[in-house]
Design a protein around this ligand. Structure first.
Ligand code: SF4
Length: 560
């Protein structure tokens, strides 16, 4: 593991610019300390009558951006949630399983008759440490600014733990936080909160190692991924997931069907409920925070899928369709759904109801198969809620922009306002090599309409397994999409960052511009490289090489 640690935890992970400082905001109700990143500005800017010489930013990088923390990937991150001691008395050790985590921790589960999910607590009006944590995190210590902010007719107030609790109780938001993932810094997914993004990682039978996958997870958080999904399908699935979880400050999701299929030697027809159930429990004890489960694809949907241009493009969906056809039986994820929920409730794992029938091309968008499955996902949502399980709904896929709004409206109506989590959607089929941009275009639109989380797409989509640089490109493209949607929804913290950036631009304050950017490293690199290439020697030029000194319109409009 030595080369592993040297490789992953290089100083680059901490390189946010000299003006950036890691801070921790303390809770009032619970002993939580919420990690944020403050950017010190080079001067004081006045925005809407308030003065700012720094701004705290929403930060997904966890301890990786904290120079005060020593990272040892063989030990994993500090189990920050353990000291909150919230579930004491309601949980028990799973001693009989024989499973011990990589850091020697015996997994926990709820005692018989106890419910430890965020949804169960919210329904009782109980504010958990996780609820307080996300309220502080979303406000970014900008309560005064938020209180003074309005957009159109809308006046804003800071988020409170009580509001978070109500949103979760109503099923409109989830906090994916398995009790066996103590390294997690909680986050919330819901349309009345900041739009979040997910990065998929995971090895395949054809490439990459555990080390590379852990590196990608850390790398994705460092660039802004709010969750990561481990979609490993090759060798060492259990160990890969274990190392990702122990080193991940963000929620980790999986598609348990992939590992179940490995256990069935890759033969879909030989999958059984028992094999799938045991896989769920294995992953639950490791600490997976949310499971994608394709329980909504039913036998009567299959003829419509067969008539499509690209059939079934979801891996989990195509596995279950093969199983249903070969065995001439209904999807066992549907017939055993209540048992699945009982397992998830014991560990507080959220269910992400998979869209097995998402359209894989523009021609299949919003078709009978897609919306037929969505109706079933709505019914399953109610069944999961009955068992105190937090739910989000997965969505498409490939959708032309004129059909995106219908997707969002149908999801809200059929799935009772549970959070929507979409892959893109990709706005065209012909952007191979640039599908991260394609996906960010569709993602921006659907998030502005109310989608809660965007699954990233990398430039390698449809072409190959992404490497480290593809992960960065994909994360940043979707971070732009999520931020643009936050602006469209009037999020006050998002607005402040843009206002400060505009003022820094007009002041030619280059360091502030870099540090307020979504990717400060690239902004700085591009600017300095173009200055060097053009021989520009001034320390703080009041123009850049794009227009040059004589044609800089911002300089000219200031009368310089
Ligand atoms: S030169 Fe053009 S791009 Fe550069 S700062 Fe001036 S107006 Fe902006």
């Amino acid at each position: 593991m030595n080369t592993f640690s040297e490789h992953i935890f290089c100083p680059e992970h901490r390189m946010y610019g000299n003006a950036s400082e890691k801070i921790r905001a303390k809770g009032h109700l619970h002993p939580v300390e919420v990690g944020m990143r403050t950017v010190k500005l080079s001067r004081t800017y006045t925005c809407r009558g308030m003065e700012f010489d720094s701004i705290p930013l929403y930060d997904t990088s966890g301890p990786y951006s904290d120079p005060a923390v020593t990272i040892d990937p063989e030990k994993g991150l500090e189990p920050v949630r353990d000291c909150w001691n919230f579930n004491n008395g309601r949980t028990e050790s799973c001693n009989e399983s024989g499973l011990v985590s990589a850091r020697g921790r015996i997994p926990l589960r709820a005692k018989n008759g106890e419910s430890v999910t965020q949804l169960a607590y919210a329904r009782q009006g109980v504010i958990t440490p996780e609820m307080e944590y996300v309220a502080i995190r979303e406000n970014q210590l900008l309560e005064k600014w938020i209180s003074s902010f309005s957009s159109g007719e809308k006046h804003f107030t800071p988020l409170t733990p009580e509001f978070v609790c109500r949103e979760i109780a109503a099923g409109k938001a989830i906090i994916p936080a398995n009790i066996n993932h103590p390294e997690l810094e909680p986050m919330i997914i819901g349309r009345n909160f900041r739009v979040k993004i997910n990065a998929n990682i995971g090895n395949s039978a054809l490439g990459s190692s555990i080390e590379e996958e852990v590196e990608k997870a850390v790398w994705a958080c460092r660039w802004g991924a709010d969750t990561v999904m481990d979609l490993s399908t090759g060798a060492s699935i259990h160990q890969t997931r274990e190392w990702i979880l122990r080193n991940s400050p963000v929620p980790v999701g999986t598609v348990p069907m992939y590992q179940a299929l490995e256990k069935a030697d890759g033969i879909a027809e030989e999958l059984t409920w028992e094999l799938f159930r045991d896989t769920l429990i294995e992953q639950a004890m490791q600490g997976v925070d949310y499971f994608t489960i394709h329980a909504g694809i039913l036998q009567h949907h299959l003829p419509a899928a067969d008539r499509r241009t690209t059939g079934i493009v979801s891996r989990g969906g195509s596995i279950m369709a093969s199983w249903c056809k070969a065995n001439n039986r209904e999807n066992f994820l549907f017939t055993h759904f209540d048992e699945i929920c009982d397992i998830l409730r014991s560990y507080d794992i959220a269910i992400s109801l998979g869209d097995a029938l998402r359209p894989g091309c523009i021609a299949d968008a919003n078709d009978e198969a897609q919306f037929g499955e969505l109706r079933v996902l709505g019914e399953l949502t109610l069944r999961a809620w009955e068992r105190d399980v937090q739910v989000m709904i997965e969505g498409p896929g490939h959708v032309p922009l004129n059909l995106v709004e219908e997707n969002m409206n149908m999801q809200l109506e059929l799935c009772h306002e549970a959070p929507f989590y979409t892959l893109g959607p990709l706005a065209t089929d012909i952007a191979a090599g640039y599908d991260h941009i394609n996906s960010a275009i569709g993602g921006t639109l659907i998030a502005a309409y109310g989608c809660s989380m965007l699954c990233y797409v990398t430039p390698k989509e449809h072409l190959g397994l992404p490497d480290r640089n593809d992960v960065r490109e994909g994360v940043v493209a979707h971070k732009v999409a999520a931020h643009a949607a936050d602006l469209a929804k009037g999020n006050p913290a998002a607005w402040l960052q843009d206002e400060l950036m505009s003022r820094a631009r007009y002041a030619f304050a280059w360091e502030d511009q870099f540090n307020l950017s979504i990717d400060p490293v690239k902004a700085r690199e591009l600017h300095l490289a173009s200055r060097a290439a053009s021989g520009q020697m001034e320390e703080n030029p009041d123009y850049c090489t794009m227009c040059g000194p004589d044609f800089c319109s911002m300089k000219r409009s200031q009368g310089k």
